[in-house]
Every structure is written in C-alpha cells, then in structure tokens.
Design a protein around this ligand. Structure first.
Ligand code: LFR
Length: 470
C-alpha cells in the first residue's frame, strides 16, 4: 500500500511542495513544486507576497495530487513570527516581512511597558527585534481584525476555514507563557493586544479538517490538513537524526539555528544574557537555541554581485574558489545587526570588518571564505555556549538543511568547534513535516516517539561526517 502525504514548506527565499513517501523502511521525498520567495518593498515597508505564495501552494498541491492520488493529508510549515490579519474571513493585507526596520519602534514600546528581563522570565525567548509581540505593538491593523494568524496557520485557514494557532510557531510570538504553554493573557492586557485575535492553541499531530471550497476544487480533492510542527525550525529538529544524548544541532538555511533539545525550559539569567531561546518543540520538547545569521549573508552577497555583473554566479564554483583561498582569513561578527536588512551586503560586511580593524578581502573568493568562516565561528561559539548553559558535554554537531550541502561550511564548523559534524538531511524541514503527519496517521505504530522518527531519518539518509582538523 502506498503511504504518502504532501508537505508545504515555505522558506524565506523559496517555498516548496513535496510528496513524502513513508512505508516499510522507506522514507523518501519527491519534489513537486519550487517557487521563489522574498521581501517586497512597499510604500509602508517590506512585505511578503503572500498572494503569490498561496497561488503556488494551490498549484503545487494540485500537481501533487495529480501525481499521487494516495496522498492522505497535507502539512504546512514556514518561517516563524510573521502573521496575516484576517477580517470577515479574508486576509486584510499582505503580511509584513520580519526584516522590516519598523520593528525597532515596537521594541521601544514593548520594553517601556515590560522590560526585557521580565519578558524573558515570561516567554523564555531570546531577543529578536522582529518577534511578533514587537510587530503587534506598532500594527494599526489589529483594531480592524478578527484574528491574527501566523503564516502556516493562515494558509491552513484559507484552505480549511479553521482557525488555530499551532503551538511550536505560537511560541515564537513572545505571547505564550513558557511555563504553562498557554497564551499569556496578563502580558496581552499589559501590551493592549486584544485576546480575541489569538485563536486556540493546538499541538502538532492535530487533524484540522478537509480542504474546502474553491481550494478543494482547484486541487481536485478535499485533502485533510494535519497540523505539523509548523515553525520550520521545529520540523527541522524533528528530522535531525540526533545520534547521541549530547548532540547539538544546527538547522542551517537563511538562519543558522544552533542549540540543543531539552525536556524543560532554561530561563536563567545566564541563558538570557547569552540570548538563548526556549522555543516550543514537537511533543513538548524545548528548542534551546540561538539564532545565528546563516546563509543570508552569502545569498545576499551573491545577489549583489549578480546585480553588479548583470549575470548569474555559479555558487559551487565560488565556494570551491573560496576553499582554496590562501593566507589569513579575516572574520566579522555574523550577528552584527547592520547585516539584517536586505541590500548591498558586501559593502555592509566590509564596513563591519573595517570598524573592527580587519582587512577587507580583495577578491570575491576570499570574501566568500570570510563569510563562510565567520558563520562557522559563530556556529562554534553558539554550540559551546549551549553546552555550557545546559551543562552538557557536546560530542557531535548535526547540521541539517541547505547548509548541510555547503562542504566548506561543514568542515569549518567542525574545525572551529573541534567536534565532528554530521551533515544532512538537506530537506530536514520537509521531512519533519512529513514524519509528524505520518505518525498522526498511525504509520509508525501507536507509541512512536521523536526517537522513532529520527531513527527512520538516520536509516534513510546517511549523514556525511566531517572530522575536526587540528
Ligand atoms: C528560520 C526561522 C527562524 C526564525 C526566523 C524568522 O527559517 O523560522 O527559526 O527565528 O526564521 O522567522
């Protein structure tokens, strides 16, 4: 019997629809559709082109169902924190993009009411200027809305008509109580955020209901939507084949999410000072991690160079050239806030290098090497900090996601952390999405834990090992 589900996985630079096959010893992804995503500058700031994304999702699901009529359900995940406002059953405008600089005003407003140390005690989240609560603080649209839905919940609502807030992603809003897992109504009151906007919280694995109306007609089927770990990082961690109890993971795409899985949140002063987050994981696990700016630095630099040349750049070729750059490699702080917004990344990185007295590499290959090594250094530092904060002797680092294909980055992370790196799977997020649906269908038996799912990943996708070089 064919056991298949569809995964919709939306990343900050591209989205995809995949078919996931799960059967006797089989775990396999078949790509169906891939479409671009990114910030769109409007008169009032940066937005997402959600309308285009939603159209691509519908087309992708139609194609998936045409190819594989056995598809039993659909799961949706995306980047975190961003939301769409809904009124009278419709999306009220294109969602804001978290890289929009307006968030700074929201931070000032929220911290004037609730200082960061108090927020951290309540929500356990690292400071990121775009966390949803800061965006709400300056969003005039809230008053006219009936509901605010995070991106995957918004897609699910438009498909099924059901409004929920999936728990792993809701944990990134800053409005969920890290101790109880419920909406923090006291904080909502203090910040004047209407409680009516926030739908009921549900766990990954919840059956939401069938796709209805025009969407079902377009796709050609009333496929069931199953809630997955809808924060992409939560799904990626599900499919990180953690090989020892003291494994660290890095989910590396646009961001590098570096940390550990814990059973309980760590809401200590030391964790707050190190800016470590306690995001909600699938099965109530805690994603104790730090956001490191990841391949964003490279993709934005390549985008700038391509614009300069009016021609596309072969990334593998550039990385090969970078790997053989001789001499000293100047480093910069990958997390410098000046590197967060889109646009002219090479000049901004050069400014960060210059301000610390470091030399600016003269060639693109050397510049690329500096970017990759700076990311790897930030990864190594975050791994060490995670181990120290959680009192764990980290013995291996798993790199999953797009970054696992970047050999230079994997080796540099091994070297700089002095730990072995196990790289892969590259499509961890989509796999985690597929696995949580498969488990909800009972395909892994009645007692399947995350360890069961990870064993399936390890069996199907042998990781590539990088030993640290002295
Ligand atoms: C990764 C990610 C991170 C989150 C950032 C913004 O794609 O979801 O986990 O901090 O995007 O939403």
């Amino acid at each position: 019997m064919t056991r298949a589900v569809a995964a919709v996985d939306l990343g900050a630079t591209s989205g995809r629809v995949m078919i996931g096959y799960v059967g006797d010893g089989e775990l396999r992804l078949e790509p169906v559709a891939r479409f671009p995503n990114g910030p769109v500058a409007g008169p009032d700031g940066l937005h997402w082109d959600f309308t285009a994304l939603y159209r691509h999702i519908g087309d992708g699901l139609r194609e998936a169902f045409a190819r594989e009529p056995a598809i039993a359900s659909v799961g949706i995940d995306s980047w975190a924190v961003d939301y769409g406002l809904v009124g009278d059953g419709r999306l009220l405008g294109e969602p804001f993009h978290y890289r929009d600089e307006r968030c700074a005003d929201g931070v000032r407003k929220v911290h004037a009411v609730t200082p960061f140390a108090d927020l951290y005690r309540r929500n356990g989240l690292q400071f990121l200027p775009f966390n949803t609560l800061y965006q709400y603080a300056i969003d005039r649209g809230l008053a006219d809305a009936d509901a605010s839905l995070l991106i995957p919940d918004l897609v699910a609502f438009l498909l099924t008509g059901v409004q929920v807030a999936e728990r792993t992603n809701a944990s990134t809003t800053g409005l969920v109580d890290v101790r109880t897992g419920a909406w923090d109504t006291e904080l909502l009151d203090a910040l004047d955020i209407p409680e009516r906007l926030l739908p009921r919280l549900v766990d990954p694995g919840t059956h939401l209901g069938p796709i209805r109306g025009a969407a079902a007609e377009h796709i050609g089927a009333e496929l069931d939507v199953i809630v997955v770990g809808s924060h992409d990082t939560a799904s990626a961690v599900v499919a990180a084949p953690l090989s020892t109890p003291d494994s660290a993971y890095i989910s590396c795409g646009t961001w590098g999410l570096v940390g550990l899985e814990l059973d309980r949140p760590q809401v200590t002063d030391a964790a707050r000072e190190a800016n470590f987050t306690n995001e909600g994981g699938v099965d109530g696990r805690v994603r104790f991690l730090h956001n490191v700016t990841g391949l964003w630095l490279l993709s934005e630099s390549v985008r700038a160079w391509e614009a300069e040349d009016g021609a596309s750049i072969d990334l593998p070729e550039l990385l090969d050239a970078a790997a053989s750059t001789p001499g000293d490699i100047p480093l910069f702080d990958a997390n410098d806030p000046s590197l967060s917004a889109p646009g002219d990344m090479p000049a901004r990185i050069a400014a960060v290098l210059e301000s610390s007295g470091a030399a600016v590499p003269a060639t693109r290959a050397a510049f690329t090497r500096t970017i990759v090594e700076s990311i790897a250094q930030a990864f190594a530092d975050a791994v060490a900090t995670a181990g120290r904060l959680a009192d764990r002797p980290i013995d291996v680092v798993h790199i999953v996601g797009g970054g696992s294909l970047n050999r230079l980055l994997c080796q540099a992370t091994a070297d700089r952390s002095t730990l072995p790196v196990l790289a892969g799977p590259v499509e961890a997020t989509a796999l985690g999405n597929v696995l949580v649906q498969a488990r909800a269908h009972g395909w892994f038996g009645p007692d399947a834990t995350l360890e069961t799912l990870r064993a399936a990943v390890a069996a199907a996708f042998a990781p590539e090992r990088y030993e640290p070089r002295g």
